[in-house]
Write a protein that binds this ligand. Structure first.
Ligand code: ATP
Ligand code: MG
Length: 397
């Protein structure tokens, strides 16, 4: 067993000693069987949240209404969720009621895909009533039970199916895919924040092109913010080396290819964090300024290293040039700047006011920028004396 499971075995034992059942479940068991690295382990138990809290001295209520208690141990913190079923999804998002049950099989039945409905006990024995292991070996994503019913209960599962395609390089079971094609409109009912999480995981996964292709083929894209009517434009993305970009850079590329005019409004509809929106806006501004050629030293200086590199990569994609080369070049260009902050300039506004007996005004900023450009372009050294002399010869002071 993986070290992370071994560390958590004492927790399963404590719950069992108290007279209840407890198992590892969900993504960690799936990834363990696949031989993929696991990040955290989820535990499911027949004990109710109150019973779990009575067993462990240190706990926190993180999602107690859904049956989840956080158990705090020396080895780390663990989410322990009571076996439950969900019934009635009148709003297509959240179950009307969560019912705690004492049976593992019932709990596994409410899970989205067979590969995510496998449990493992403390000795490493697998409990797999829905043939998740068979689907894992065939690299197949299959819903637990009828896909139509399962997607109608919670439309987000359709996006989860596609993000797993991207993360795991799996394919969709035929019936599951057919149902995906029919149930797209249900996505309209799902909170955009939840869709965003799955869409960004899709973008970050290694098999993003395969998953994006399915997003288009199934018609699901029409029900994502801003993507309706964009099939032709989104198809262009499939030909790009997106794997060389970060997710933020991918957003910039998506906005360019889908001709989004109002960037802020589009990204707000996607519910991206304001900080990310600002980064994307900055990248797009820089790309727009010099869409085809390398940026000037002044632009690189003003953009700062991070944005200058991001913009260079996006420009390279748009111009069908080598992205890694563009990235390296821009890094070198930024490293070779003779200064990176205005405060590094050897003269200040104060100096200019002393040398040039003028009243303070917009000229100070203008002169400073002229000096900056001259220093950045190595016309003069960043030295007070030399700068003063240069200003003299230019008749500026
Ligand atoms: P990851 O490795 O990305 O965390 P995961 O499979 O663990 O993948 P989580 O969102 O952490 O995904 O969910 C944990 C488990 O809860 C899933 O494996 C699945 O069994 C169940 N689950 C999560 N979301 C849903 C859902 N929308 N419908 C049904 N079951 C779900
Ligand atoms: Mg998980």
């Amino acid at each position: 067993m993986d070290q992370l499971f071994l560390e958590a075995v004492p927790i399963l034992e404590r719950i069992e000693e108290a007279g209840f059942e407890a198992y590892f479940v969900g993504g960690s068991v799936r990834d363990y069987i696949l031989g993929r690295p696991i990040n955290d382990v989820d535990i499911a138990t027949s004990a109710t949240p109150l019973e779990v809290k009575a067993i462990f001295p240190k706990t926190a209520d993180v999602g107690i209404e859904h049956g989840t208690v956080l158990v705090i141990m020396k080895s780390g913190t663990y989410e322990i969720t009571t076996f439950r079923t969900e019934s009635g999804y009148t709003d297509y998002r959240r179950p009307d009621s969560v019912q705690f049950v004492r049976s593992l099989t019932e709990d596994l039945q409410r899970r989205d895909f067979t590969m995510n409905a496998i449990a493992m006990d403390k000795s490493g024995e697998i409990i797999d009533p829905y043939n998740g292991q068979r689907d894992l070996s065939q690299k197949k994503i299959t819903t637990v039970g009828n896909p139509h019913d399962r997607f109608s209960e919670d439309g987000l599962r359709m996006m989860r199916a596609l993000r797993f395609v991207s993360q795991l390089d799996f394919h969709l079971d035929q019936e599951t895919f057919n149902s995906l094609k029919k149930n797209g409109p249900i996505l309209r009912e799902i909170a955009v924040e939840r869709i965003l999480v799955e869409f960004e995981k899709l973008l970050a996964g290694d098999n993003r092109i395969k998953a994006l292709n399915l997003l288009l083929e199934s018609g699901l894209y029409q029900y994502l913010p801003q993507f309706a009517g964009q099939k032709g434009n989104l198809e262009k993305l499939l030909l790009l080396p997106l794997h060389q970009l970060t997710v933020t850079e991918m957003w910039a590329v998506i906005l360019i290819y889908t001709n989004m005019k109002n960037i802020e409004a589009s990204l707000r509809e996607w519910k991206l964090p304001v900080k990310t929106i600002r980064s994307i806006q900055r990248i797009l501004q820089l790309v727009k300024k010099e869409p085809t050629f390398e940026a000037s030293t002044l632009e690189v200086f003003k953009a700062g290293q991070i944005h200058a590199v991001q913009a260079a990569k996006v420009k390279a994609i748009v111009n069908d040039r080598n992205v890694l080369e563009a990235e390296e070049l821009m890094k070198l260009m930024h490293e070779s700047l003779s200064l990176t902050h205005m405060s590094d300039l050897a003269v200040s506004g104060e100096d200019l006011l002393t040398w040039h007996k003028e009243k303070p005004g917009p000229w100070v900023k203008k002169y400073l920028e002229q000096i900056l450009v001259a220093v950045l372009n190595s016309e003069i050294k960043n030295e007070k004396g030399e700068i003063k002399e240069w200003l003299n010869t230019c008749n500026l002071i």
